[in-house]
Design a protein around this ligand. Sequence first.
Ligand code: IPE
Ligand code: IPE
Ligand code: MG
Length: 247
Amino acid sequence: MFQKKKDKLFVTDDRLDSVAVIMDGNGRWAKRRMLPRTAGHVAGAKNVVSVLETFRKIGVHHVTLYAFSTENWKRPQEEVDALMNLIYQYLDTVVIPRIRDDGQFSVVFLGDKSPLPEKLREKCIEVEEMAKGRPFICNVALNYGGRDEILHAANRAVADGHKEITADVLSSYMYTSGSPDPDLLIRTGGDLRISNFLLWQCAYSELYFTPTLWPDFDEGEIMKAVNDFYGRKRRFGGLDKEEEQTE
Ligand code: IPE
Ligand code: IPE
Ligand code: MG
């Protein structure tokens, strides 16, 4: 399913167009090095662009990154403040020049921006407004929670006068409206849970868990996940083509 050409792997079909990643393990990465947790977040942030570049190289057009959950506000105030500052700095110094110079990427934030510090909220809006609908879309889940998203969508649909909430209506009110559901959900850091990420959208996503910590999740690790994905049979509740033929 993959062809290797001049040392570059690329996907030859469109089965893998949308990937979601729970970027977990920054704190443990730092702890192993006797560094403060925030040093792990700095290392994690540095890894984001190279991971996005690898996904682009192999033909994945939608990447959804879990950056901060609705539950992450429970962390010590200093860590929350450090994360908010780091995300702001990263948008300002890495993402904005990239969107401007590259021409291929656009960024969409998933989640309620209103509890974010004002400076960060404005920066997120600036980033979103810079470019829309480019070939490679990076969704950044920031103050995102799957339950929060579903409730928010249902309440907005009701407020707009919908009497019956169908799957299509609900999807159209989700933060991810217009984005394809993830084909593959990756979680780094070794925990085997979803932690309130994309509960609606991951109904049929293939799940891949790796103990590798997020700052160490490199191209080789991505290709392991992608190769694993291509070994899966996605049935969506139906039967395999071969199984159908033997009936
Ligand atoms: C993920 O790394 C980053 C965020 C949740 C913002 P963690 O900070 O959860 O790292 P661990 O899980 O404690 O190692
Ligand atoms: C999930 O990681 C959230 C992000 C990666 C942003 P957590 O570290 O918050 O998840 P739990 O607490 O281990 O479930
Ligand atoms: Mg964690």
